[in-house]
Ligand binder design. Structure first.
Ligand code: 5GP
Ligand code: MN
Length: 319
């Protein structure tokens, strides 16, 4: 697939869907495609299916049109999955995916197994928004659509900081900036700004973090009772793992939060030598070489021990 128009021929209904617990790239790409279709293909009925996006994305046009439930028996001509790397990661739109006439996947996860009929997966791209941009026609991108795509690139590159940022990423970003978007507000409002409670849990997690493997691995853990105390949900914990990764000498940052009794969501970030997508894959998850995740059962000690063993293996292979 060179351009999205190739798959839009003869299509009258499109469902756009992202992954569970949608992040900036997922929300940005889903809404970016939705706005693009609304603006340029008024004859197509397009709907976006996502779990309720975080409040920080309120500035994205039409974000209130997002559907968080699908009607039973509904069938779309085309289902487009954005930023979704595997079947079990499809959020609210899983039944629509199963019954769609045609399915298209647009993604940048190295662990994506090509779950759709047509797949555009570029593991070296910074973000799904970058992959999507290249499938669209620049002159048809409005300011509102550009705001949404820019959001995704900013979030998945950590504001152009991570090594997934390429000269091409910057060129795409420049083209989006040409549309006149309030880029500085987007970065501050959706990426950097934290609520007081979010800063408190960040501070507390850093303070109580543990160094392992001779200072090459740092571990942060948030228990359910702490989330209850601060009145937080999982969405409030974004960014903690990146802050852990910034610690001098650390190769891998590990962040766990307790989802339910003896069940932990694990986030991993690596600086250089360790491929965390391989480790996440071993435990039923996935992601990118330097950012990956999975869900694991057991006590936090079991989870940390199982993962650090794999990190240690990779670090020893390196030596
Ligand atoms: P995060 O740590 O921010 O939740 O996720 C980092 C990366 O790993 C994201 O690209 C995300 O899509 C991927 N990821 C996180 N958790 C899972 C998981 O349980 N399964 C899969 N396949 N990918 C995950
Ligand atoms: Mn992404």
């Amino acid at each position: 697939m060179n351009k999205l128009t190739e798959v839009l021929e003869g299509i009258s209904t499109v469902a756009i869907a992202g992954h569970v617990n949608p992040d900036g790239d997922c929300v940005g790409s889903c809404m970016g495609l939705y706005l693009y279709l609304k603006d340029n293909y008024p004859q197509i009925q397009a709907d976006v299916y996502l779990e309720k996006p975080r409040e920080v994305f309120h500035y994205i046009k039409d974000i209130d049109k997002v559907k968080s439930e699908c009607e039973p028996g509904q069938i779309y001509d085309l289902v487009v999955l954005l930023d979704v790397s595997s079947r079990d990661r499809i959020g609210v739109a899983a039944p629509l995916f199963d019954h769609a006439v045609t399915t298209v996947g647009i993604d940048h996860h190295i662990t994506n197994d090509g779950l759709c009929q047509i797949n555009q997966i570029l593991p070296h791209a910074s973000s799904t928004c970058e992959v999507l941009y290249d499938l669209l026609e620049d002159e048809k991108i409005t300011e509102a659509c550009a705001e949404s795509l820019y959001t995704g690139i900013v979030h998945d590159t950590g504001v152009f900081q991570y090594s997934n940022t390429s000269p091409h990423t910057m060129r795409v970003t420049a083209n989006l900036m040409e549309k006149g978007i309030p880029f500085s507000n987007i970065v501050d409002g959706s990426f950097y700004q934290k609520s007081y409670a979010q800063n408190q849990i960040l501070g507390r997690t850093l303070m109580e973090s543990i160094m392992m493997l001779d200072g090459r691995c740092i571990v942060g853990i948030v228990r359910q009772k702490e989330m209850e105390f601060y009145g937080l949900t999982s969405k409030d914990l974004d960014g903690i793992v990146s802050q852990l990764r910034n610690t001098e000498g650390v190769e891998v940052a590990l962040f766990l939060y307790e989802r339910s009794f003896q069940e932990f969501k694990v986030s991993m970030r690596s600086n250089d030598d360790v491929d965390v997508s391989r480790i996440a894959g071993m435990f039923g998850g996935g992601g990118h070489v330097k950012a990956a995740g999975c869900t694991m059962q057991g006590s936090p000690f079991d989870v940390v021990n199982n993962i650090t063993l794999q990190i240690e293996k990779q670090l020893t292979e390196e030596e």
